[in-house]
Design a protein around this ligand. Structure first.
Ligand code: SF4
Ligand code: SF4
Length: 344
């Protein structure tokens, strides 16, 4: 069994640092219009490898138990039907959190009698489940950030997408809703909801936010997701979670070590300081980059020069911004420099 994953230095054990308790009652929320439909993720491309990601690495992501319901063998039987119907020539790779002992044992027992699937228990260190890292670790393939990996014959799906593929593709049922995790210090409680596709963020968060005037809202997590200010936007299948943080009016020094608070996101509070050359960002980067170099080029006005230092390899995991004690928004700088390509 693998422990620390090969070819993957850096990273951070977010799940250990920020264990989030969830209310187990699942609220159902309907959209105001006709709900949108789940789109089967493959239409015509030849798929050689299907990676099933049962190794979420972020505390605000949908946990496996919501879909698997602790019945891993039943889940894998569904997967087998999907394979037979849609991916008969593909190899399946099941990436599973090595700490979920029962699920790992069930998966290994199931796979003993099957030659189409390989079970790979992994350390759930963030960002192990990033497509670039998964392809590298499981298939030994170099995939570029943002590349259409289906064009390389690789499909990566999570547990919820497998379940939707089964419902729609095998059971011939409509799939027009999904589970979304709501968490963060700005909410009254952390919870999991089931929302129709097309429901607005505003409707989802109604009566759940402590104080809407002093919070920041992130779709798909504060690290690699996006902060949003337009709450009329509607959720689609890509929205796994919504995180709401209370804006702090006091300085939070070394917030990454405060395990009881997800308070590490903001640098809008006069906390911004100079780079102190601590190298934390270099050490944590999972693809061996030196984010401080980007920052120093950027503040000298040399955005184009910043891109020379392998910036294209950055997988936008956000760990450098997360760990920086000076609260420098390194990922924001990286995205701005990368975007120069598109404007040229
Ligand atoms: S956002 Fe990019 S540079 Fe920063 S830690 Fe992640 S991969 Fe490295
Ligand atoms: S983590 Fe922040 S302060 Fe430390 S070297 Fe990187 S940019 Fe500078």
């Amino acid at each position: 069994m693998k422990k620390e994953t090969m070819g993957f230095k850096g990273g951070f054990h977010l799940l250990d640092a920020y264990p989030l308790p969830f209310c187990t009652i699942i609220d159902e929320i309907s959209s105001d219009g006709a709900p949108e439909q789940f789109q089967f993720p493959v239409t015509g491309q030849k798929i050689e490898h299907v990676i099933v990601n049962l190794c979420p690495t972020e505390p605000w992501a949908l946990p496996n138990w919501v879909i698997l319901k602790h019945k891993t063998a039943a889940f894998l039987s569904m997967l087998k039907e999907i394979k037979t119907s849609y991916f008969s020539d593909a190899r399946f790779h099941l990436a599973i959190n090595e700490k979920e002992d029962r699920a790992v044992e069930d998966a290994v027992n199931f796979a003993r009698a099957e030659d189409w699937i390989k079970v790979i228990p992994l350390c759930a260190k963030y960002p192990q489940d990033d497509p670039v890292i998964l392809a590298q670790v499981l298939l030994g393939m170099d995939v570029s950030f943002g590349q259409d990996i289906k064009s390389l014959g690789i499909l990566i799906v999570d547990a919820q997408t497998v379940s939707a593929m089964y419902e729609q593709g095998i059971m011939r049922k409509d799939v027009n809703s999904r589970y979304v995790v709501l968490s963060g210090t700005g909410l009254r409680e952390n919870e999991i909801i089931r929302a129709e596709l097309g429901t607005s963020v505003e409707k989802i968060l109604k009566n759940k936010v402590k104080d809407a005037s002093t919070c920041r809202v992130f779709m798909n997590g504060p690290l690699r997701g996006k902060e949003i200010s337009d709450f009329s936007q509607k959720i689609d299948w890509s929205v796994n979670n919504i995180v709401v943080f209370e804006e702090k009016s006091r300085k939070v020094l070394f917030p990454m070590f405060k395990a009881d608070e997800l308070a590490f996101t903001t640098s809008l509070l006069g906390e911004l300081r100079r780079c102190v050359y601590c190298n934390f960002c270099d050490d944590i980067c999972p693809v061996d980059l030196e984010p401080a170099l980007y920052y120093h080029s950027y503040i000298r006005g040399e955005k184009h020069k910043a891109r020379l230092y392998n910036m294209g390899k950055c997988i936008e995991c956000g760990l450098c911004s997360f760990i920086c004690p000076s609260k420098l928004e390194l990922l924001k700088i990286i995205r701005e420099c990368k975007a120069l390509d598109k404007h040229e």
